[in-house]
Design a binder for this molecule. Structure first.
Ligand SMILES: Cc1ncc(COP(=O)(O)O)c(C=O)c1O
Length: 477
């Protein structure tokens, strides 16, 4: 058994060294990798371990096997690792291991108590109204279902978005808006329009895991800037990256951050935006939770402070999680974004856009938002109180200013969140484990909880159960 473990870690070590050589360019694409025999001699390991090393590289798309010729570096190495993290000291980030991939795949799959996602029960949303509008409009304007999908989106919806943006400090032209399939597509288009593979993007840490995955898939590198004690990004560290020209873009959820739930104050936003402009850093902001802020005034996005910021948002968190309507605004990159959209998905369902446009125009959207915020605030508060009540001393929980989620931190080293995630899943409880919010292990003692599915006895029991497992984990060391 011990031998197996040793062998197990040895082939990984060797594979890591080879990967580093691939990343650094000393093993260029298409170059021949050492044969099994050479590798075995070179590293003083068995032929089996050497072969396993090469097979691992193949599984992770770093290497390709060519019949009768051996193993070669993959033509364009698919970056299976999260790329180098350039911090004060540059360092390699661990590969996205199989377990993490599995956990990501499990998120959102069926479970009894839905604490994993960042959205809510259907009762929170005007889905009946949207359904009715779609039926009525599909009937009275069948052209909406015709060949009208091409282009940047349904003009009345773009006008409504531009009109509402004035309320949160953004004077934007409807022509500079493009409607997308959800906010995620908006961000992806914005990143593709403004960066090239290998560029470095600053993100807030912890970072919404889909954004990390997106950066990874676009072959972009990442610098994760941790939040300060106020719960939003450390502004000094962030802007020092801009000043040192260490990043090309800043991808930010600066309003009701996912997962921390805080907004960056206006003064800091203005400063960050100015620094970005002075240092040619593109700001791409994900403002999807802006409308869910609990406070008196909806927070401003960075676009309010710089005309160059690219603003992305959508209606998944306010109208219906499955409506798949998002949008992107850019004053500088719209032509490129439109071209990318055209060749990605041509356009976005016009009937859905028309229904949302009508809801925004005359469907009591503001009244709905007020109710949604009230309910979310109430649900968040109940769940937060329960975490404070049931979890062991030393547990920290965020105090969100809006949105759906809470971020829970156990004392460092007190929790193996991967094990907790699987245990909870087996009991029908979904949580979002901390490790998927970073490219390394810094949040292995944390997890995110969703309060969007209401507060009831079953949810309370689930919180109690999670608390007991965390307590057990502390007791057992
Ligand atoms: C920060 C953030 N951005 C974007 C999305 C997804 O947006 P959409 O469903 O509109 O693509 C989510 C969903 O949870 C999110 O949390």
């Amino acid at each position: 058994m011990a031998g197996e473990t040793e062998q197990g870690s040895r082939y990984r070590q060797i594979a890591e060294q080879i990967k580093q050589a691939i990343h650094s360019g000393s093993l260029p694409p298409d170059s021949r990798l050492p044969s099994v025999r050479t590798l075995a001699t070179q590293y003083s390991v068995s032929m089996t371990t050497a072969l396993k090393t090469l097979r691992t590289l193949e599984d992770e798309h770093y290497a390709v096997a060519r019949p009768k010729s051996g193993f070669f570096v993959a033509p364009r190495p698919v970056n299976k690792t999260f790329p180098t993290l350039i911090n004060e000291q540059a360092r390699e980030v661990a590969p996205l291991d199989e377990q993490t991939e599995l956990h990501l795949a499990m998120l959102g799959s069926d479970c009894r108590v839905r604490l994993d996602l960042a959205n809510g029960d259907l009762s929170l949303y005007p889905v009946k109204k949207i359904g009715l509008l779609m039926r009525q409009m599909g009937y009275s304007k069948p052209a909406l279902l015709g060949n009208t999908v091409k282009g940047t989106g349904y003009a009345p919806l773009k006008n409504e978005i531009a009109r509402r943006a004035v309320d949160y400090g953004c004077n934007i032209n409807a022509d500079d808006i493009l409607i997308t399939n959800g906010c995620i597509e908006a961000i992806s288009l914005a990143l593709r329009a403004t960066t090239r593979p290998g560029d470095i993007v600053a993100v807030e840490s912890p970072c919404y895991f889909v954004l990390l995955q997106m950066l990874h898939n676009l072959n972009l590198r990442v610098i994760e800037v941790e939040a300060g004690p106020e719960g939003y990004v450390n502004v000094e560290k962030l802007t020092s990256l801009f000043q040192r020209k260490a990043v090309q873009a800043y991808l930010t959820i600066n309003n009701i951050n996912n997962p921390l739930g805080k907004s960056i104050p206006n003064e800091q936003k203005a400063y960050i935006a100015r620094q970005a402009d002075e240092n040619d850093v593109v700001i791409i902001e994900d403002d999807i939770f802006g409308d869910t802020a609990f406070g008196e005034r909806r927070p401003f996005p960075m676009r309010a402070f710089s005309p160059n910021a690219i603003l992305c948002s959508g209606f998944s968190k306010t109208v219906a999680p499955g409506i798949r309507i998002g949008w992107v605004h850019s004053s500088n990159y719209m032509r490129k974004i439109a071209s990318l959209k055209y060749t990605t998905s041509m356009g976005t369902s016009v009937l859905s856009q028309a229904a949302i446009a009508e809801l925004l125009r005359s469907g009591g959207y503001d009244a709905h938002l007020r109710k949604l915020r009230r309910e979310l605030k109430n649900q968040i508060q109940h769940m937060r109180q329960a975490v404070l009540r049931y979890f062991p001393p030393g547990t920290r929980v965020s105090d969100p200013e809006g949105g759906y989620v809470l971020w829970v931190e156990m004392p460092i080293g007190a929790l193996n969140v991967r094990a907790l995630f699987l245990k909870a899943r087996n009991a029908g409880i979904g949580i979002a484990p901390g490790h998927i919010f970073a490219t390394d292990h810094r949040y292995d003692h944390c997890f995110r909880l969703n309060a969007g599915f209401g507060w009831n006895a079953e949810v309370e029991q689930a919180i109690q159960q999670l608390a007991q497992w965390c307590q057990l984990s502390i007791t057992q060391g």
